[in-house]
Ligand binder design. Structure first.
Ligand code: C5P
Length: 398
């Protein structure tokens, strides 16, 4: 329930993509948000207010003076209640009205009256989007602090392919969370997160890798973003899609990860290393594919640098210890060795913990000895627990 207690005012305007707003409403509601929907008159031609009302279990505002109004000043009421306003899909028409401050319906009135962040997810035909009038209007809105998400390239309702498709619902939700994070407890903090598992090349075809899925690191990056941090995510190869609205650097090997981390931390308040970094790499990668022979093959492996141990500076350092025995003791000695502020220990022999799962059962250990064994949780919940500790350390140190 990541959006519990949050009021999202969602404006739906008259684009064919309006049907996707139903999915957006459903997912925001499932995430715990109170979703107040305002539909323009033309939006109601594309999708029924009944569909939306069935999903939110709340009245849908469809007109300035319609029977759905609870009071004559509802535009101010919704504007005040909103933690965030999102318009998805947003037509060229509503964008142009907002750019000049026209307030001739409930949606534009609400936007003009709100102090909440406003997200605009345009969806329209490529030519309308690329028209310099629309482009100028979007530039104006951006300059005033509106957040624009999408549109993206893809197939349009007209059957053509081009820019103009509504951003993916997941991306719009990520933007909503990011906008809400503007008042979060990590605002103004710069956090570097690593995720995934490094791959050390043996030859152009093969590598030595590990089973890290990247899910824990992604969850931390998203949670930090949603709490207002400026996040840099350094990703070693994973098979899951990267989170939206986060600056990403892709790397392959431990050495590349070291370079990326060293560069990123110069400006950072915290480094959270969730990546599974190879401890060894082949001494040299063969230039050509190694041919199969009848004889056995030996690979000479050399140590990779311990990135966490080598990174210094005035920043909170957080590491992970994936252990299969003496979990807490081993994690504590790693915390000492690598001079960490926090270490997260997990027992990879637990079925619901560790590599590839959506859940994790961890023990969080602070440098001062404070140790908390958490029950089985989603990786996102674990991420927030870790960040609670990071927040506690950031204030006095930074
Ligand atoms: O020593 P061990 O590999 O168990 O330590 C795990 C922690 O150290 C993780 O946070 C991992 O990201 C980090 N690490 C590192 N550089 C390495 C190996 C691990 O920063 N070469």
């Amino acid at each position: 329930m990541l959006l519990t207690d949050k009021t999202v005012v969602l404006g739906i305007t008259g684009s064919i993509a309006a049907y996707k707003a139903a999915d957006l409403v459903s997912k925001l509601t499932q995430a715990g948000a109170k979703v107040e929907v305002i539909m323009t008159e033309s939006a109601t031609e594309f999708i029924s207010p009944l569909t939306i009302r069935s999903l939110t279990a709340r009245p849908v505002v469809t007109g300035m003076f319609g029977q759905s109004l609870e009071s004559a000043i509802e535009h101010v009421a919704l504007a005040e209640a909103a933690d965030v306003v999102a318009i998805a899909p947003a037509t060229a028409n509503v964008i142009s009205k907002l750019a000049v401050g026209v307030a001739d319906d409930m949606l534009t009135c609400t936007v003009l009256a709100t102090r909440a962040p406003v997200i605009i997810a345009p969806a329209m035909h490529t030519d309308m989007f690329q028209n310099s009038i629309t482009q100028d209007n979007l530039v104006k809105l951006k300059a005033r602090g509106f957040i624009i998400v999408g549109p993206v390239y893809g197939r349009l309702a007209t059957g053509t392919v081009g820019i103009g498709r509504l951003a993916e619902v997941e991306e719009i939700i990520a933007t909503v969370k990011q906008a809400l994070g503007r008042s979060g407890d990590l605002v103004g903090k710069r956090i570097v997160v690593t995720a995934g598992g490094t791959q050390e090349p043996v030859d152009p075809v093969r590598y030595i890798g590990n089973r890290s899925s990247g899910k824990m690191g992604y969850a931390i990056a998203e949670a930090a973003r949603d709490r207002g941090a400026e996040v840099k995510l350094i990703i070693a190869p994973t098979s899951i899609p990267a989170p939206a609205d986060i600056e990403i650097t892709q790397v392959e090997t431990a050495l590349q990860m070291k370079e990326a981390v060293t560069q990123a931390v110069t400006q950072a308040d915290a480094l959270i290393m969730a990546a599974a970094v190879a401890d060894y790499q082949p001494r040299s990668a063969a230039k050509a594919k190694i041919k199969k022979e009848t004889a056995d093959l030996s690979l000479e492996l050399i140590r990779t640098p311990d990135i966490l141990a080598e990174v210094g500076g005035n920043l909170v350092k957080v590491g992970f210890a994936a252990e299969s025995e003496n979990v807490v003791e081993n994690a504590r000695s790693k915390l000492e060795q690598k001079q960490l502020d926090i270490i997260i220990a997990n027992d990879i022999t637990d079925v619901d913990s560790g590599f590839g799962t959506d859940t994790n059962k961890v023990t969080i250990i602070n440098r001062d000895g404070k140790t908390e064994s958490l029950p089985l949780m989603t990786k996102r919940e674990v991420a927030d627990k870790i960040l609670d500790r990071v927040v506690g350390l950031l204030s006095p140190k930074h």
